[in-house]
Design a binder for this molecule. Structure first.
Ligand SMILES: C[S@@+](CC[C@H](N)C(=O)[O-])C[C@H]1O[C@@H](n2cnc3c(N)ncnc32)[C@H](O)[C@@H]1O
Length: 280
């Protein structure tokens, strides 16, 4: 979907839908369990590798807004225990019951009373963070995460077809559906890049900013002097519009679907408030 399409659709998206009740119908839950595409192994492994940088022996993962477990079971082989949590009992009823180290609970992201403080290695949310009250959700994630634990927010891209007529039909269908989606869902189309991070000192770099930063380093200046005809950044500078290009890229550094997986939530205070330096 183009940026212009989204811009036009924004005005028609409702702001008064109860996002906690959107997945409660049991027939819808069964259909969701059957048709929802599964995530790739790569995305689970990316998150797990990142967690292991600070916590090599992974114990507990909590997948919040887990639906019928699509986003949960991929973690089972990496953690001793995985808990899938969803506000909808109908979704949880459709979750798999045969994965021995996965359990499922009906609860909201804002309250995880069955999880002890400071015990979670990975708190994650697959295509569901947009439905959660953000302030309370971050606060509860802070409570349950270990120091150096990871918060990962990920999702699907809008599906596309390689056949143009089919792709056009999909796009037209999405535009019809948009007025029935809560405005909060916009953050999924924006790949969660608009989510405000409540951690002092943490911020998101666009690829353009990152390339600008690298270009400003002494080593880049020296490299260019030594190799005036070589392309240091493999064409990235051009695509960002930094050197002669025209595109002002807003791409984040991280590949689709794993933006916030690169954000390490550093609870609890006091060192959380010191920002990323305190983790180095
Ligand atoms: C689009 S589904 C995503 C399900 C699954 N994680 C996936 O990746 O396919 C969104 C889920 O978030 C759940 N949800 C919405 N608000 C929630 C909240 N406040 N706390 C926990 N789950 C919530 C819904 O019930 C729904 O099952």
């Amino acid at each position: 979907m183009s940026a212009e399409d989204l811009e036009r659709a924004k005005a028609r998206m409702p702001t008064d839908l109860d996002t906690s009740k959107m997945y409660v119908d049991s027939v819808q839950a069964r259909n969701y369990a059957e048709y929802r595409p599964r995530y790739s192994e790569e995305i689970f492994k990316t998150m797990v590798d990142y967690c292991k940088e600070t916590i090599p022996d992974l114990n507990l993962c909590v997948d919040v807004g887990c639906g019928s477990g699509q986003s949960t079971i991929g973690f089972a082989k990496y953690f001793k225990k995985v808990i899938g949590v969803d506000i909808s009992a109908s979704q949880i009823a459709c979750a798999p019951k045969d994965v021995s180290n996965c359990t499922f609970k009906v609860s909201s992201a804002e309250k995880l009373p069955f999880v002890e403080s400071g015990t979670v290695d990975l708190w994650c949310s697959g295509e569901s963070f947009n439905y959660m009250p953000q302030k309370q959700t971050f606060a509860e994630a802070d409570r349950v995460l270990k120091p150096g634990g990871t918060m990962a927010i990920f999702g699907y891209s809008v599906l596309k077809s390689t056949e143009k007529p089919i792709d056009d039909a999909i796009k037209a269908m999405f535009l019809k559906l948009l007025p029935y989606w809560p405005k909060e869902s916009l953050s999924t189309f924006e790949k969660f890049s608009s989510v405000e991070l409540p951690y002092p000192g943490w911020y998101r770099l666009t690829l353009r900013d990152y390339m600008g930063l690298i270009g400003s380093l002494w080593s880049s200046v020296a490299y260019r002097k030594a190799h005036p005809d070589e392309d240091l950044m493999g064409g990235l500078e051009n695509s960002c519009g930094i050197v002669g290009g025209t595109v002002d890229s807003k791409y984040t550094l991280i590949s689709a679907g794993s933006y916030l997986s690169r954000v390490r939530a550093p609870p609890p205070a006091p060192w959380r408030d010191k920002g990323p330096e305190s983790l180095r």
